[in-house]
Write a protein that binds this ligand. Structure first.
Ligand code: LLP
Length: 421
């Protein structure tokens, strides 16, 4: 059963009608189901079973402290890509020793802070980054735990913007030259080689590309073992897809069972960095129809959420279902659901068959991942509220932004001073 269901003529989030949430917190509002996030995380944890390793939720998918805290309470690890994400995890009660630090552009300050709190490992993406990490670790008088992110050059067969494991992508170290880089890392007094990492892309709906990548990593791991470099873990990144519109991604257990089988008798822990598959279908974006506009070519429903709230349709032509909170019995028509932002690319959905009325509430589904986290203040729109539902309780986990929030840190300048003589 989904955590968003129609009941008594309206759409509910767990035990709370969305109409009530709109009334209490206004719109646009992101609504999350606690049960969904827990279930999805536990799916991974169960599939890993007794195998040593970590399920490191990819914070970038949804970094609200409410979400991070509920995952921390379940003992989750976290995959972070910035100092900001690190602080969020710590504020949410996450265990630093279960954090993996990914990302191609870590600053020295970020490295220092991560060493200070004791992250599990740095996923190092280039030799230049390795040199910087070595230096920072030396300054701190510690050994930095490292895993090299290698680029296995496999095609994830997903949208080009979210495909990351091909040679032409900016991510990772080419797998062919990796042994040499490992040798150097292993020889350093300030680096401790502990793993290998890859992440080939996002929204994968088949297991095969993951296994292709794994096979290439295993060859590398065996070469390293021959060279006397024993790794403790293998990190396969995130990437498992979800159903937005008819996709049928494999169950997590199928994926992990296939991986464990391939590992054979190698003593290797497994790290995974799932984001979307934990978060996407645990959230929706609640929005209200402001105006209906029937034009010659198109019918437009102008709603109070926009591309600044959910960029995915504009950026990737992504499809997310848009459904009425209280279905209208009127005749359906074909609508483009658009926001108030001054861009033609500002749409949430095109060609949607709906019976609409002004003032009606709509829910944009599958918005729990890469929704709020990619939102902005474009057009000086305060960002949406975020509400977490737990059974029949609601928690405002992020208040709607105000105008004060919008201009925080900005200041007008005084009138132009006369030129100095
Ligand atoms: N690990 C690394 C190193 C990553 O770069 C990513 C996502 C993940 C894990 C989590 O991947 P997931 O399990 O969520 O597929 N904004 C795009 C998705 C970008 C994904 C970026 N990296 C979207 O809305 O579709």
């Amino acid at each position: 059963m989904s955590d968003f269901n129609y009941r008594d003529g309206g759409l509910w989030a767990e035990g709370v009608p969305l109409e009530q949430i709109a009334e209490q917190f206004g719109t646009p509002t992101y609504v999350y189901s606690r049960a969904h996030y827990e279930k999805q995380y536990l799916d991974y944890a169960d599939a890993l079973g007794n195998h040593p390793g970590l399920i490191c939720y990819a914070v970038k998918a949804n970094s609200n402290l409410g979400i991070l805290s509920l995952l921390a309470q379940l003992g989750a690890g976290f995959d972070i890509v910035s100092g900001g994400e690190l602080e969020r995890v710590l504020l949410a009660g996450g265990d630093p020793s279960r954090i993996v630090f990914s990302g191609v552009g870590k600053t020295a300050d970020e490295m220092r802070r991560a060493l200070e709190v004791g992250v599990h490992c740095f996923n190092v993406e280039s030799e230049a980054e390795m040199a910087r990490l070595e230096q920072v670790a030396a300054e701190c008088g510690v050994r930095a735990p490292v895993s090299l992110r290698v680029n296995p050059d496999v095609d994830a067969k997903t949208h080009p913007y979210i495909s990351t494991g091909l040679k032409e992508n900016k991510f990772g170290i080419a797998i062919d030259g990796a042994v040499e880089v490992y040798r150097r890392a292993a020889g350093s007094a300030h680096l401790k080689v502990i793993g290998v990492d890859c992440h080939i892309g996002s929204q994968l709906t088949e297991i095969a590309p993951f296994l292709d990548a794994l096979d290439r990593l295993l060859i590398l791991i065996d070469q390293l073992a021959d060279a006397g470099i024993q790794l403790e873990h293998l990190d396969l990144g995130g990437g498992l897809g979800v159903r937005y519109r008819g996709e049928e991604p494999p169950p997590v257990s199928d994926y992990l069972n296939a991986v464990k089988e391939r590992l054979g008798d190698r003593q290797l822990g497994l790290v995974l960095e799932p984001g979307r598959s934990i978060a996407a279908n645990g959230g929706l974006l609640l929005t209200r129809v402001e105006f209906l506009k029937r034009a010659e070519e198109h019918n437009f429903a102008i709603v109070d959420a926009a591309m600044n709230d959910n960029l995915r349709p504009a950026l990737y032509q992504a499809w997310q279902d848009i459904v009425p909170v209280v279905p209208d019995s009127g005749e359906t028509e074909i609508w483009d659901i658009v926001g108030p932002v001054c861009e033609t690319g500002d749409f949430l959905g095109k060609n949607r068959s709906l019976a609409l009325q002004q003032g009606q509430l709509l829910a944009m589904m599958s918005a729990g991942a890469y929704g709020f986290t990619m939102s902005s203040n474009y057009n000086s729109r305060p960002r949406a509220a975020e509400v977490l539902v737990d059974g029949d309780r609601t928690y405002l986990v992020r208040a709607r932004e105000t105008v004060e929030d919008l201009v925080r840190g900005e200041s007008p300048v005084p009138e132009r001073a006369p030129a100095k003589a």
